[in-house]
Ligand binder design. Structure first.
Ligand code: PMV
Length: 323
Protein backbone atom coordinates (compact mmCIF):
# COMPACT_ATOMS: atom_id res chain seq x y z
CA UNK A 1 0.00 0.00 0.00
CA UNK A 2 1.45 3.44 -0.90
CA UNK A 3 2.24 6.05 1.73
CA UNK A 4 0.43 9.42 1.68
CA UNK A 5 1.33 12.86 3.02
CA UNK A 6 -1.11 15.55 4.09
CA UNK A 7 -0.91 19.07 5.50
CA UNK A 8 -3.33 20.87 7.81
CA UNK A 9 -3.35 24.28 9.47
CA UNK A 10 -4.05 24.97 13.13
CA UNK A 11 -7.25 26.89 13.85
CA UNK A 12 -8.40 29.29 16.52
CA UNK A 13 -11.99 29.58 17.64
CA UNK A 14 -13.85 32.90 17.56
CA UNK A 15 -16.82 31.25 19.28
CA UNK A 16 -15.20 28.80 21.67
CA UNK A 17 -15.80 25.11 22.22
CA UNK A 18 -15.60 24.39 25.97
CA UNK A 19 -17.48 21.32 27.20
CA UNK A 20 -18.57 17.95 25.82
CA UNK A 21 -21.99 16.31 25.60
CA UNK A 22 -20.22 12.95 25.18
CA UNK A 23 -16.62 12.48 26.30
CA UNK A 24 -16.04 9.15 24.55
CA UNK A 25 -17.00 10.45 21.10
CA UNK A 26 -15.75 14.01 21.75
CA UNK A 27 -19.19 15.43 21.02
CA UNK A 28 -19.30 19.14 21.84
CA UNK A 29 -21.95 20.55 24.17
CA UNK A 30 -22.37 23.51 21.79
CA UNK A 31 -21.23 24.62 18.35
CA UNK A 32 -18.15 26.73 17.61
CA UNK A 33 -16.77 28.93 14.83
CA UNK A 34 -13.08 29.16 13.95
CA UNK A 35 -10.53 30.46 11.47
CA UNK A 36 -7.91 28.17 9.96
CA UNK A 37 -4.35 29.53 9.90
CA UNK A 38 -2.00 29.39 6.89
CA UNK A 39 1.38 29.30 8.59
CA UNK A 40 0.91 27.04 11.63
CA UNK A 41 1.01 23.75 9.77
CA UNK A 42 1.32 20.08 10.53
CA UNK A 43 2.67 17.81 7.80
CA UNK A 44 2.05 14.09 8.29
CA UNK A 45 2.99 11.00 6.29
CA UNK A 46 1.16 7.70 6.88
CA UNK A 47 2.88 4.56 5.56
CA UNK A 48 0.99 1.28 5.98
CA UNK A 49 3.71 -1.40 6.08
CA UNK A 50 3.54 -5.18 5.98
CA UNK A 51 6.54 -5.69 8.30
CA UNK A 52 5.28 -3.69 11.32
CA UNK A 53 3.77 -5.33 14.42
CA UNK A 54 2.55 -2.05 15.93
CA UNK A 55 1.78 1.47 14.77
CA UNK A 56 4.76 3.81 15.16
CA UNK A 57 4.79 7.59 15.54
CA UNK A 58 7.76 9.88 14.84
CA UNK A 59 7.42 13.53 15.84
CA UNK A 60 10.05 15.65 14.08
CA UNK A 61 12.05 12.45 13.58
CA UNK A 62 11.90 11.30 17.22
CA UNK A 63 9.90 8.21 18.25
CA UNK A 64 7.02 9.14 20.61
CA UNK A 65 4.02 7.23 22.00
CA UNK A 66 1.50 6.27 19.32
CA UNK A 67 -1.28 5.83 21.91
CA UNK A 68 -3.44 8.76 20.78
CA UNK A 69 -3.27 7.93 17.08
CA UNK A 70 -3.85 4.15 17.21
CA UNK A 71 -7.66 4.50 17.55
CA UNK A 72 -7.70 6.75 14.46
CA UNK A 73 -5.68 4.24 12.43
CA UNK A 74 -7.87 1.39 13.74
CA UNK A 75 -10.95 3.05 12.26
CA UNK A 76 -9.28 3.48 8.87
CA UNK A 77 -8.12 -0.15 8.93
CA UNK A 78 -11.69 -1.22 9.68
CA UNK A 79 -13.08 0.94 6.85
CA UNK A 80 -10.47 -0.36 4.40
CA UNK A 81 -10.63 -4.00 5.54
CA UNK A 82 -6.88 -3.90 6.13
CA UNK A 83 -4.74 -5.05 9.04
CA UNK A 84 -1.57 -3.18 8.05
CA UNK A 85 0.17 -1.28 10.87
CA UNK A 86 1.52 2.17 10.04
CA UNK A 87 4.60 4.28 10.40
CA UNK A 88 3.41 7.85 10.93
CA UNK A 89 5.89 10.72 10.56
CA UNK A 90 4.71 14.14 11.62
CA UNK A 91 6.24 17.60 12.02
CA UNK A 92 4.93 21.06 12.87
CA UNK A 93 6.05 24.20 11.05
CA UNK A 94 5.60 26.21 14.24
CA UNK A 95 7.92 25.92 17.23
CA UNK A 96 7.05 22.80 19.23
CA UNK A 97 6.91 23.40 22.95
CA UNK A 98 5.67 26.93 22.27
CA UNK A 99 2.46 26.06 24.03
CA UNK A 100 0.40 26.25 20.85
CA UNK A 101 -2.18 23.53 20.46
CA UNK A 102 -1.05 21.23 17.69
CA UNK A 103 -3.77 18.62 18.17
CA UNK A 104 -6.14 20.33 15.71
CA UNK A 105 -3.71 20.47 12.79
CA UNK A 106 -2.19 17.15 13.87
CA UNK A 107 -5.37 15.08 13.84
CA UNK A 108 -6.68 16.78 10.68
CA UNK A 109 -3.44 16.00 8.81
CA UNK A 110 -3.41 12.44 10.19
CA UNK A 111 -6.97 11.71 9.09
CA UNK A 112 -6.46 13.12 5.57
CA UNK A 113 -3.18 11.21 5.13
CA UNK A 114 -4.69 7.96 6.48
CA UNK A 115 -7.72 8.33 4.19
CA UNK A 116 -5.40 8.67 1.18
CA UNK A 117 -3.05 5.87 2.27
CA UNK A 118 -5.87 3.38 2.92
CA UNK A 119 -7.87 4.53 -0.11
CA UNK A 120 -11.05 5.04 1.90
CA UNK A 121 -12.07 8.19 -0.03
CA UNK A 122 -14.20 9.72 2.73
CA UNK A 123 -15.98 12.98 1.94
CA UNK A 124 -15.08 16.15 3.87
CA UNK A 125 -17.87 15.75 6.46
CA UNK A 126 -16.76 12.20 7.27
CA UNK A 127 -13.11 13.33 7.48
CA UNK A 128 -14.25 16.02 9.91
CA UNK A 129 -16.03 13.35 11.97
CA UNK A 130 -12.89 11.20 12.08
CA UNK A 131 -10.75 14.20 13.07
CA UNK A 132 -13.23 15.07 15.86
CA UNK A 133 -12.71 11.66 17.42
CA UNK A 134 -9.04 12.61 17.83
CA UNK A 135 -9.67 16.10 19.17
CA UNK A 136 -12.81 18.24 19.05
CA UNK A 137 -11.14 21.26 17.49
CA UNK A 138 -9.47 19.09 14.80
CA UNK A 139 -12.85 18.64 13.11
CA UNK A 140 -12.61 22.32 12.09
CA UNK A 141 -9.09 22.11 10.58
CA UNK A 142 -10.39 19.92 7.74
CA UNK A 143 -11.72 23.16 6.22
CA UNK A 144 -10.03 26.48 5.40
CA UNK A 145 -11.03 30.06 6.14
CA UNK A 146 -14.06 30.51 8.42
CA UNK A 147 -15.51 27.23 9.71
CA UNK A 148 -18.50 26.27 11.84
CA UNK A 149 -18.61 23.13 13.96
CA UNK A 150 -22.07 21.77 14.74
CA UNK A 151 -22.90 20.42 18.19
CA UNK A 152 -25.15 17.87 16.48
CA UNK A 153 -27.99 15.98 18.16
CA UNK A 154 -27.40 12.34 17.34
CA UNK A 155 -25.87 10.03 19.93
CA UNK A 156 -23.53 8.50 17.34
CA UNK A 157 -22.05 11.91 16.49
CA UNK A 158 -22.51 11.62 12.73
CA UNK A 159 -23.98 15.15 12.70
CA UNK A 160 -21.28 16.66 14.97
CA UNK A 161 -19.07 17.77 12.09
CA UNK A 162 -17.68 21.04 10.76
CA UNK A 163 -18.55 22.85 7.55
CA UNK A 164 -16.99 25.82 5.76
CA UNK A 165 -18.62 29.26 6.03
CA UNK A 166 -16.29 31.41 3.89
CA UNK A 167 -12.88 30.73 2.38
CA UNK A 168 -9.70 32.52 3.42
CA UNK A 169 -9.61 34.76 0.34
CA UNK A 170 -13.20 35.84 1.03
CA UNK A 171 -12.07 37.92 4.04
CA UNK A 172 -8.25 37.79 4.38
CA UNK A 173 -7.89 38.67 8.05
CA UNK A 174 -4.46 38.40 9.68
CA UNK A 175 -3.56 36.79 13.00
CA UNK A 176 -0.73 37.58 15.39
CA UNK A 177 0.10 34.96 18.03
CA UNK A 178 1.92 36.34 21.08
CA UNK A 179 3.83 33.60 22.92
CA UNK A 180 4.02 34.66 26.56
CA UNK A 181 5.27 31.42 28.06
CA UNK A 182 6.93 28.84 25.85
CA UNK A 183 6.95 25.27 26.98
CA UNK A 184 4.84 25.59 30.12
CA UNK A 185 2.21 22.89 30.34
CA UNK A 186 -1.27 24.19 31.19
CA UNK A 187 -4.16 21.98 32.26
CA UNK A 188 -5.17 20.23 29.01
CA UNK A 189 -8.35 21.41 27.32
CA UNK A 190 -10.02 18.04 27.97
CA UNK A 191 -9.18 18.13 31.69
CA UNK A 192 -10.09 21.82 31.90
CA UNK A 193 -13.45 21.22 30.21
CA UNK A 194 -14.24 18.28 32.50
CA UNK A 195 -13.40 20.24 35.63
CA UNK A 196 -15.48 23.19 34.42
CA UNK A 197 -18.44 20.93 33.59
CA UNK A 198 -18.28 19.17 36.94
CA UNK A 199 -17.63 22.08 39.27
CA UNK A 200 -18.24 25.50 37.71
CA UNK A 201 -21.55 27.13 38.68
CA UNK A 202 -21.29 29.12 35.44
CA UNK A 203 -20.92 26.14 33.09
CA UNK A 204 -24.62 25.88 32.20
CA UNK A 205 -24.88 29.63 31.62
CA UNK A 206 -21.83 29.44 29.34
CA UNK A 207 -23.26 26.62 27.21
CA UNK A 208 -26.67 28.31 27.03
CA UNK A 209 -25.04 31.53 25.79
CA UNK A 210 -23.24 29.97 22.81
CA UNK A 211 -26.07 29.72 20.22
CA UNK A 212 -26.67 33.50 20.24
CA UNK A 213 -22.92 34.09 19.75
CA UNK A 214 -22.90 31.66 16.82
CA UNK A 215 -25.78 33.56 15.18
CA UNK A 216 -24.03 36.90 15.62
CA UNK A 217 -20.65 35.68 14.39
CA UNK A 218 -22.24 33.99 11.36
CA UNK A 219 -23.92 37.32 10.56
CA UNK A 220 -20.71 39.29 11.16
CA UNK A 221 -18.80 37.01 8.76
CA UNK A 222 -21.50 37.27 6.09
CA UNK A 223 -21.54 41.09 6.41
CA UNK A 224 -17.75 41.36 6.96
CA UNK A 225 -18.58 43.39 10.04
CA UNK A 226 -15.23 43.37 11.90
CA UNK A 227 -16.51 45.37 14.86
CA UNK A 228 -19.33 42.91 15.55
CA UNK A 229 -17.01 39.94 14.99
CA UNK A 230 -14.52 41.29 17.54
CA UNK A 231 -17.15 42.18 20.11
CA UNK A 232 -18.66 38.69 20.10
CA UNK A 233 -15.32 36.84 19.79
CA UNK A 234 -13.70 38.69 22.72
CA UNK A 235 -16.87 38.09 24.70
CA UNK A 236 -16.85 34.36 23.89
CA UNK A 237 -13.21 33.98 24.99
CA UNK A 238 -13.77 35.93 28.20
CA UNK A 239 -16.95 33.95 29.02
CA UNK A 240 -15.14 30.67 28.43
CA UNK A 241 -12.38 31.75 30.80
CA UNK A 242 -14.93 33.06 33.31
CA UNK A 243 -16.58 29.63 33.43
CA UNK A 244 -13.15 28.00 33.88
CA UNK A 245 -12.05 30.51 36.53
CA UNK A 246 -15.16 29.59 38.52
CA UNK A 247 -14.30 25.85 38.54
CA UNK A 248 -12.88 24.25 41.70
CA UNK A 249 -9.95 24.63 41.81
CA UNK A 250 -10.28 27.60 39.47
CA UNK A 251 -8.40 27.38 36.18
CA UNK A 252 -6.13 30.38 35.69
CA UNK A 253 -4.63 30.02 32.23
CA UNK A 254 -3.24 33.57 32.05
CA UNK A 255 0.00 35.11 33.22
CA UNK A 256 0.78 38.84 33.61
CA UNK A 257 1.99 39.13 30.00
CA UNK A 258 -1.27 37.57 28.76
CA UNK A 259 -3.24 40.31 30.47
CA UNK A 260 -0.83 43.02 29.30
CA UNK A 261 -1.45 41.83 25.71
CA UNK A 262 -5.22 42.01 26.17
CA UNK A 263 -4.92 45.62 27.36
CA UNK A 264 -2.55 46.47 24.49
CA UNK A 265 -5.00 45.06 21.93
CA UNK A 266 -7.77 47.20 23.41
CA UNK A 267 -5.52 50.27 23.46
CA UNK A 268 -4.61 49.72 19.80
CA UNK A 269 -8.29 49.38 18.96
CA UNK A 270 -9.18 52.54 20.85
CA UNK A 271 -6.53 54.30 18.75
CA UNK A 272 -8.13 53.07 15.52
CA UNK A 273 -6.42 49.75 14.66
CA UNK A 274 -8.73 46.94 13.54
CA UNK A 275 -7.85 44.23 16.05
CA UNK A 276 -9.44 42.00 18.70
CA UNK A 277 -8.09 39.23 20.92
CA UNK A 278 -8.87 35.66 21.79
CA UNK A 279 -7.22 33.26 24.27
CA UNK A 280 -7.43 29.45 24.44
CA UNK A 281 -6.57 27.01 27.23
CA UNK A 282 -3.12 28.50 27.79
CA UNK A 283 -1.31 31.81 28.25
CA UNK A 284 -0.78 32.77 24.58
CA UNK A 285 -2.78 35.63 23.05
CA UNK A 286 -4.11 35.53 19.50
CA UNK A 287 -4.81 38.95 17.98
CA UNK A 288 -7.10 38.89 14.94
CA UNK A 289 -6.47 41.87 12.66
CA UNK A 290 -8.01 43.54 9.64
CA UNK A 291 -6.06 42.93 6.42
CA UNK A 292 -2.86 45.00 6.49
CA UNK A 293 -2.83 45.57 10.27
CA UNK A 294 -0.93 42.41 11.33
CA UNK A 295 2.61 43.79 11.14
CA UNK A 296 1.74 46.81 13.26
CA UNK A 297 -0.04 44.71 15.90
CA UNK A 298 2.91 42.27 15.93
CA UNK A 299 5.36 45.13 16.60
CA UNK A 300 3.29 46.34 19.53
CA UNK A 301 2.79 42.91 21.10
CA UNK A 302 6.49 42.02 20.64
CA UNK A 303 7.39 45.06 22.75
CA UNK A 304 5.42 43.89 25.81
CA UNK A 305 7.35 42.62 28.81
CA UNK A 306 7.08 38.84 28.99
CA UNK A 307 6.22 38.31 25.31
CA UNK A 308 8.86 35.86 24.11
CA UNK A 309 7.94 35.67 20.47
CA UNK A 310 5.24 36.72 18.01
CA UNK A 311 4.10 34.74 14.97
CA UNK A 312 2.21 36.44 12.14
CA UNK A 313 -0.03 34.45 9.86
CA UNK A 314 -2.82 34.81 7.34
CA UNK A 315 -5.89 32.61 7.10
CA UNK A 316 -5.29 29.45 5.14
CA UNK A 317 -6.83 26.53 3.27
CA UNK A 318 -8.25 23.31 4.64
CA UNK A 319 -6.34 20.08 5.08
CA UNK A 320 -5.17 18.42 1.89
CA UNK A 321 -3.02 15.69 0.44
CA UNK A 322 0.39 16.65 -0.92
CA UNK A 323 1.08 15.64 -4.48
O1 PMV B 1 -10.31 20.10 20.81
P1 PMV B 1 -9.49 20.49 21.97
O2 PMV B 1 -9.45 19.44 23.00
O3 PMV B 1 -8.13 20.93 21.53
O4 PMV B 1 -10.19 21.77 22.68
C1 PMV B 1 -10.17 23.05 22.18
C2 PMV B 1 -10.51 24.05 23.24
C3 PMV B 1 -10.22 25.50 22.93
O5 PMV B 1 -9.05 25.62 22.14
C4 PMV B 1 -9.96 26.24 24.26
C5 PMV B 1 -11.38 26.21 22.26
C6 PMV B 1 -11.60 25.89 20.81
O6 PMV B 1 -12.77 25.95 20.39
O7 PMV B 1 -10.63 25.63 20.08
Amino acid sequence: MPSATARAGANIALVKYWGKRDARLNLPAAGSISITLADLLTRTTVSPLADLDDDELLLAGQPVSAERIVPVLERFRALAGSDLRCRVETANSFPTGAGLASSASGFAALVVAADAAFGTALDAARLSEQARLGSGSAARSIFGGFVEMAAGQRDDGTDAVAQPLLDAAGWPLEVVVAITEAGTKSVSSTDGMNLTMQTSPYYRAWVDSVPADLDQVRQAIAAKDFEQLGEVAEGSALKMHASALAARPGLIYWNPATIACLHEVRALRAAGTGVFFTVDAGPQVKAVCLPGEGARVARHLAGIDGVEKVIETRLGPGAGVEA
